[in-house]
Design a protein around this ligand. Structure first.
Ligand code: HEM
Length: 504
């Protein structure tokens, strides 16, 4: 049978065909409108409800569907079905984002980039909600809300405020490692295809023998790392605020599918117990010389969702979503995120947000959660809505238990910056600076000076001096060059003076 070439009929949301979508019903040609014009009322009322709360952070983003393929065997480490054999393929969804800007903000702002992945596995959805940086600004989740306030708008001026940012960072030196990455050209990546991604936290892998190994996930771009300089990023902001969205969508639409290679770093429980610093500290990396990258698989993004709001805006990623064979760790930041994301999503999308197509497990789900706003699907049908029951309702899977985790100590509020290695906020950022090529060092200094030049007001000198101390403690040459760029006089013995190449 030949397909009809007739366009679909325009209807109301309840399916009644609309016969005039251009002229509101009025009392006479020149008279007022009639309350009974339901076509108009429905259209206008729905429009008034088009906006949902944007994500409180990471509001601006781009998403795509893709495939993850296992290329190397890690079954000795994990029993997750996703990794059960080389060649396994898993459908996935990725969303990249900036952090501090609103939904309409520019893609090229200096900011970390979100790197959120959802793997639709047969054991449920596994979300890895990371960034393009292996570390973070803080190591205790109770600081997150204050930190994010400094990245948003200042209370009175309603402007972004370098004063707030540097005030906070200078008072929280644990941020220095992430701030160093942010101020380098990695803070302005060239779209989303040319950056690495990191799970950032330590997670755990659990194998068939119920043994636990600590793990960090890395995704290395196969497109090659490419960043904007500060000037180019600002220029692009004026030219195309949605640059990263264009770049991703255009590449996929023309069949140039972006790919990343997934690697893991692993640490045994014994190594973790004896490690030089807390291996669950999110402000530090595990040195790759000691904990080498092990290849696991390839992720390819190959389909742009047909509707942005339905798939990208309504996507709900949560660090809470792990699957059998992959677990949490005592990383305080990870622990703090477990409750926060679903809480935010119940507010942003509603209690039944897991029913939305982008979030629903394609292999199905069965539980005793019922009702609530917008319950899609059959809401459990006629099945029992309590557990346990005698009516063939879903039962527990006793094979999925995790190994015991030995705990000790007293319930208290422990200072995260006390204890061996915990107060060393300087070695890793200093090493990062010393490892950079001279051009990268110059760009870093240039970007820091540019950003710190925005500090203003009566506390300008205090904040500037305090942050300068941190740069000095990371690396004297870095501190000197930033001070010089800011026009701050520093007395320093001649042998410590920076090389001329670092001048800004
Ligand atoms: C205690 C620390 C943190 C808290 C409380 C927190 C909280 C949140 C919240 C409430 C959202 C919005 C969720 C939504 O509405 O869907 C969000 C989004 C996000 N967060 Fe965090 N966050 C924390 C730390 C981190 C860290 C350390 C990373 C990366 C390593 C990260 C990466 C992301 C990403 C990528 C998104 C956007 C996900 C998407 O694309 O939908 N966050 N965060």
């Amino acid at each position: 049978m030949e397909e009809s070439t007739q366009p679909k009929k325009l209807t109301t949301a309840s399916g009644r065909p609309i016969f005039d979508n251009q002229n509101t019903q009025s009392a006479g040609e020149r008279g007022p409108l009639l309350l009974q014009d339901y076509f108009f009322h429905e259209k206008s009322a729905h429009f008034n409800r088009e906006r949902i709360p944007e994500r409180v952070v990471h509001a601006k983003g781009s998403g795509a569907y893709g495939t993850f393929t296992v290329t190397h065997d890690i079954t000795h480490l994990t029993r997750a079905k996703l990794f059960a054999k080389v060649g396994n393929e898993c459908r996935m969804f990725a969303r990249f984002s900036t952090v501090g800007g609103e939904k309409g903000s520019a893609d090229t702002e200096r900011d970390p980039r979100g790197f959120a992945l959802k793997f639709y596995t047969e054991d449920g959805n596994w979300d890895l909600v990371g960034n393009n940086t292996p570390v973070f600004f803080i190591k205790d989740p109770i600081k997150f809300m204050d930190f994010i306030h400094t990245q948003k708008r200042e209370a009175r001026s309603n402007r972004k405020s370098p004063t707030m940012m540097w005030d906070y960072w200078s008072l929280n030196p644990e941020s220095l490692h992430q701030v160093t990455i942010l101020m380098s050209d990695r803070g302005t990546p060239y779209g989303y295809r040319h950056m690495h991604g990191y799970g950032s936290h330590t997670f755990s892998l659990i194998n068939a023998a119920n043994e636990r190994t600590w793990v960090k996930f890395h995704f290395r771009t196969q497109q090659g790392v490419k960043n904007f300089t500060d000037e180019d990023a600002k220029h692009m902001k004026a030219q195309d605020a949605d640059f990263a969205q264009h770049d991703l969508v255009d590449a996929i639409d023309k069949g140039d599918f972006p790919k990343w290679t997934m690697f893991i770093q692993t640490m045994t429980e014994e190594q973790a117990r004896d490690f030089r610093w807390n291996p669950f500290d999110l402000t530090k990396v595990w040195p790759q010389g000691e904990f080498p990258l092990q290849e696991v698989g390839t992720m390819e993004l190959n389909a742009v969702p047909e509707n942005y709001h339905a798939h990208v805006e309504q996507a709900a990623f949560a660090p809470a979503h792990v699957v059998d064979g992959v677990g949490y760790s005592p990383d305080k930041m990870l622990q703090g995120r477990i409750l926060s994301y679903p809480d935010a999503q119940r507010y942003r999308l509603g209690a039944n947000y897991e029913h939305l197509p982008v979030n629903a497990c394609p292999f199905g789900f069965s539980n005793y959660q019922r009702d609530g706003r917008m319950a899609l699907g059959d809401n459990g049908g006629p099945g029992p809505n309590y557990f346990p029951n005698s009516f063939d309702g879903p039962v527990e899977d006793k094979t999925q238990g995790e190994p015991h985790e030995a705990l000790d100590g007293f319930a208290d509020r422990y200072d995260r910056n006390e204890g061996p290695g915990n107060d060393d906020h300087y070695t890793q950022p200093g090493n990062l600076f010393r490892l950079m090529k001279p051009e990268a060092q110059r760009d870093l200094i240039h970007n820091i000076v540019g950003a710190m030049s925005g500090i203003e007001g009566p506390k300008k000198d205090l904040i500037t001096q305090r942050q300068l101390c941190h740069w000095f403690r990371a690396d004297i040459r870095l501190g000197m060059a930033v001070a010089k760029g800011l026009g701050v006089e520093v007395e320093m013995p001649a042998q410590h003076l920076p090389e001329p190449s670092l001048a800004v």
